[in-house]
Design a protein around this ligand. Structure first.
Ligand code: FES
Length: 133
């Protein structure tokens, strides 16, 4: 298992709730997202064809209410499950998990995050870190 380290990438005042900031570090582009006060980090590379996923629209998961006869009654947007939609072809991923809501085998690369005071850290492989410095 590759060694990792927590690397400071931003400060909390650079993020806004339900917004994003994209940082470049060690040859990676990483999107930072603030949801309900918690920071999530996704690689800015869609697994479909490499599109800049973190620059896409932030939307609530579409929910469909089905009645007892299997008919669609109404559709709405979740305010709990928040997705990012790829600007190239529309693949969506849950920002908290990086997982496509319709197929859990399709997932973005995610990074652990840590907030210490105002500083935001992302866990990166030590090897990648040393190559770029
Ligand atoms: S590259 Fe993201 S949906 Fe195609």
């Amino acid at each position: 298992m590759a060694k990792t380290e927590m690397v400071e990438v931003a400060t909390k005042d650079e993020l806004v709730e339900d917004g994003r900031k994209i940082v470049a570090i060690d040859g990676l582009q990483i999107g930072l997202f603030l949801l309900e006060g918690e920071v999530f980090a996704l690689e800015n590379r869609c697994v479909h064809q490499g599109g800049p996923i973190c620059q896409g629209k932030i939307v609530g998961q579409v929910l469909e209410e089905i009645d007892e006869k299997g008919r669609s009654v109404r559709m709405s947007f979740s305010d709990k499950d928040i997705n990012i939609a790829c600007p190239w072809h529309g693949y969506e991923y849950n920002i908290r998990t990086g997982i496509h809501p319709g197929d859990s085998s399709i997932r973005l690369r995610t990074f652990k995050t840590k907030v210490e005071g105002e500083k935001i850290f992302v866990e990166l492989p030590v090897k990648a870190r040393s190559v770029a410095v």
